[in-house]
Design a protein around this ligand. Structure first.
Ligand code: ATP
Ligand code: MG
Length: 417
């Protein structure tokens, strides 16, 4: 039997690529407009980086990581998310010494051993950003504005930006205690995960995929924020209003990763079912320090590319078609056309050909299918006359081009457009 791809991973085939490339190109342009620079970090890191930054009692670290020992006996993990590696690089290269605010973005595959289903894969792609260096609330507004702009630019509407504040080490303790006393009575009715999290990380109980909707009357962090956290949150809210960025406050929004502080957010879609979060992120003011750097503010988000793509409408996205189909009739013409093909391509003209040497009729079918606007026809007779035929595939009009000046002629027609 033929070998198949691993369960839960997915090939992204050429037919899907125009959407992927459109999303990636739109994100790149937008992020660069906002002053973010791309960073590429390895897809694998020492396991302890993820354990320490994401948190040992999170779903990701407890049960989703692809971890193995390499041949040197070191514990290695395929990255389940991007922030830990980016922050590790930020610290390792002392990027904090270069500027007050470092704005970075990344795109690439992430790996989590989850139960595969629609919108949930074991290798999936994220596009993410991190703004490191400041804890100023305007950075939060900038990052949220950029996330909003991205979905506007790719034409995806109907998403809701939900925000919350998770407070900081000053005020979260009191909330944690209040939440624990609230949860105590319910504990026997909750799932095993919740019972465990009650001890290790009670805020995460609110995020439970099984019991998450049982806590509508729980205490909320917003009632426990210390003055600086409260002011921070109010500035973010006011800024979003000023910029006309629609949002909702979801006072029970928590995130699956431990490093978040203060502003936390998700971009959710009504109809994606259980996989309804398209992008998520928040502030993580303790993380850089945790990874061995100086006390440094930070905020970022990551969007799930597969989920974003599933919301995009492909109709307005141009597929890259060849500009020209080269139709060589017969073996002699195929040989004759080889340097012509090479010349045109090296001049930057997108040319397709099939080397078949088959009949004009069958090649016109292929030319049509290729989507090329023009077909260049070269047969024995054309070689003898020193002229090729150029056919407009739409109007079916044909004209003759001198082989001697072919490259210049075609460059003029195709590259000026
Ligand atoms: P979920 O609650 O859906 O499990 P999460 O909180 O684990 O999401 P994050 O770690 O915040 O997700 O990742 C950010 C985004 O990456 C998610 O909002 C989602 O769009 C995407 N994502 C996360 N896990 C997967 C996966 N296994 N397959 C595809 N996309 C994913
Ligand atoms: Mg998850």
């Amino acid at each position: 039997m033929a070998i198949q791809a691993i369960k839960g991973v997915k090939d992204i085939l050429p037919a899907d690529m125009p959407l992927w490339q459109h999303l990636e190109a739109t994100a790149r342009k937008l992020f660069e407009d906002y002053g973010f620079s791309e960073i590429r970090v390895p897809v694998f890191e020492y396991t302890e980086l993820f354990a320490r930054s994401i948190g040992v009692s999170t779903d990701i670290v407890e049960k989703e990581m692809y971890t193995f020992e390499d041949r040197d006996g070191r514990k290695i993990t395929l990255r389940p998310e991007g922030t830990a590696g980016v922050v590790r690089a930020f610290v390792e290269h002392k990027m904090y010494a270069e500027s007050q605010l470092t704005r970075l973005y990344y795109m690439g595959p992430m790996f989590r051993h989850e139960r595969p289903q629609k919108g949930r894969y074991r290798q999936f792609y994220q596009i993410g950003v991190e703004a490191l260096g400041l804890d100023h609330p305007h950075v939060d507004i900038e990052v949220l504005a950029m996330l909003h702009a991205l979905f506007t630019r790719i034409g995806v509407g109907g998403l809701t930006l939900q925000i919350n504040s998770l407070g900081d080490s000053e005020c979260r303790g009191a909330y944690r205690d209040a939440l624990k006393s609230y949860l105590k009575a319910k504990l026997p009715t909750l799932c095993g995960d919740c019972q465990r999290r009650y001890e290790t990380n009670p805020l995460r109980v609110l995020d439970c995929k099984v019991d998450g909707d049982k806590f509508a009357d729980s205490p909320i962090m917003l009632d426990y924020l210390c003055t600086p956290c409260k002011e921070h949150f109010e500035t973010v809210e006011a800024g979003l209003r000023k910029l006309d960025i629609p949002f909702e406050i979801n006072p029970r929004l928590v995130r699956g990763l431990d490093y978040y502080t203060r502003t936390t957010f998700e971009l959710v879609m009504g109809h994606l079912g259980a996989q309804n979060t398209v992008a998520a992120g928040g502030r993580y003011d303790g993380l850089v320090r945790e990874i061995g750097g100086p006390a440094t503010g930070g905020i970022g988000f990551a969007l799930g590319v597969e989920r974003a793509i599933s919301l995009m409408n492909s109709t307005n996205i141009a597929r890259p078609c060849p500009a020209l189909f080269l139709s060589a009739l017969g073996a002699e013409a195929v040989a004759f056309a080889l340097p012509i093909l090479h010349d045109l391509r090296s001049a930057g003209i997108r040319v397709d050909t099939d080397y078949s040497g088959s009949s004009l009729k069958s090649q016109m079918k292929k030319a049509d299918k290729s989507g090329a606007d023009l077909t260049l026809i070269i047969g024995e007779q054309e070689i003898a006359n020193g002229k090729a035929i150029l056919r407009n595939m739409q109007t079916k009009e044909q004209s003759e081009l001198l082989l001697a000046t072919l490259k210049e002629d075609l460059k003029k027609r195709l590259l000026s457009a």
